[in-house]
Ligand binder design. Structure first.
Ligand SMILES: Cc1cc2nc3c(=O)[nH]c(=O)nc-3n(C[C@H](O)[C@H](O)[C@H](O)COP(=O)(O)OP(=O)(O)OC[C@H]3O[C@@H](n4cnc5c(N)ncnc54)[C@H](O)[C@@H]3O)c2cc1C
Length: 351
């Protein structure tokens, strides 16, 4: 069943409704699940919003197999609550809905080499821009079923196809979790702390560096596992226990912008040295970073430096005309991306 909501919004109740709507050949469509990211995307113009927020079912939760199938409009918080009752978790950071989180992948992994939306997505049900439904991947962890088309969802931001159901890998919730927060560090000391944590055979379950506008840094996160292991890790690295502390994103300063990218721990000293003294930096253990810059001029200067250093970076929060502005992709990458868009959405319906 489906219903047209307010003008220019189509509210879908199931996969069939999504397929029927797209089959009517709407001119331009913006996919929206929870909607929390819409202000960070390019303006949709006159596009009709395809609203997936009613697709909220947990279709299947297989505890022994540690997998589940969810509809894309399901809020992450609702899935977390259901998983907690059977001792499982979705081991990647991020909020909003599952569809929005996997399609935008704004944070990646929370620790060195940790699980991220890309590695947790086992398969999906989806609909092409012309209304053709398709399935990719499988419900199970061990699948030999060829090319992983479903991985294209991750980071596609609703521009390639519309996912309606996701098959996800889960993991057991740890027996003991302890958050830590070491504050008052300078950049060098914070990076040294990160490097030592990275060398552990079992690194923290989550770790991030936060540089405040006054230049002081914190290394924070959580260890998970057996109680004795968690206590030993905190002692060995001199990490004070703390209440849960984690930031998914930075807020932009007034008139400022947030730029995002990815870099390894080893490149953090250089990256940090190119930021204005009063810019905040948030670096996630999986490698993603955000930097909050006071204005567009300093953001452009930073983007330029990143481009010269081979770090791909773009404006993720700023004035509408600035969103998505960033370092140029190489020609091959750009051609591949444009070709994928043309192949999957030849009429450029999904914006
Ligand atoms: C409280 C809060 C604060 C946030 N703050 C920030 C922030 O400061 N900076 C930041 O970068 N992000 C921020 N986010 C966004 C967040 O990190 C994720 O991007 C978010 O989880 C997306 O969820 P959503 O359901 O609201 O996404 P939506 O806005 O609905 O969608 C996100 C993207 O995914 C696409 N999409 C959604 N569903 C599908 C689907 N089923 N198939 C194909 N494409 C789809 C959409 O077209 C869109 O491009 C915030 C989210 C929350 C909840």
């Amino acid at each position: 069943m489906s219903a047209l909501g307010t003008a220019k919004t189509f509210v879908a109740d199931d996969t069939a409704a999504v397929a029927t709507f797209l089959g009517t050949r709407p001119a331009r469509v913006r996919v929206r699940s929870g909607g929390s990211r819409q202000l960070r995307l390019p303006e949709p113009g006159d596009a009709t919003v395809l609203d997936l927020s009613r697709l909220t079912a947990i279709v299947r939760l297989d505890g022994p197999d540690q997998t589940c199938t969810v509809e894309c409009g399901l809020p992450r918080a609702d899935l977390d609550a259901a998983l907690a009752t059977c001792g499982l978790e979705l081991p990647c950071p991020g909020g909003g809905t599952l569809g929005g989180l996997f399609a935008s992948d704004p944070i990646g992994a929370s620790t060195f080499g940790g699980p991220s939306p890309r590695s947790l997505l086992l398969g999906m049900d989806a609909v092409l821009a012309d209304g053709t439904p398709f399935k990719s991947g499988a419900r199970v962890v061990k699948s030999v079923a060829g090319f992983d088309v479903h991985k294209l969802l991750v980071g596609s931001e609703g521009r390639l196809f519309v996912a309606t159901r996701l098959h996800l890998r889960l993991k057991p919730a740890p027996r003991c979790v302890q958050w830590f927060c070491r504050t008052g560090l300078d950049v060098a000391a914070a990076i040294d702390c990160l490097r030592k944590l990275q060398q552990e055979p079992v690194p923290p379950a989550a770790v991030q560096l936060v540089r405040a506008p006054d230049g002081s840094c914190a290394v924070q996160g959580r260890f998970a596992g057996r109680a004795a292991f968690v206590a030993e890790m905190l002692r060995r690295h001199g990490l004070p226990e703390s209440a849960p502390c984690w930031r998914d994103h930075l807020d932009p300063p007034t008139h400022g912008e947030v730029v995002g990218g990815a870099t390894l721990v080893g490149a953090l000293p250089v990256l940090s040295s190119h930021l204005p003294a009063n810019a905040s930096l948030l670096w996630q253990g999986g490698g993603r970073f955000e930097a909050a810059l006071p204005d567009a001029i300093s953001a452009d200067a930073f983007l330029h430096t990143c481009a010269n250093g081979g770090v791909s970076t773009l404006v993720v929060h700023g004035a509408p005309e600035r969103r998505g502005h960033g370092t140029l992709r190489d020609d091959g990458h750009q051609r591949l991306q444009d070709g994928l868009r043309r192949a999957l959405d030849p009429h450029g319906i999904l914006v």
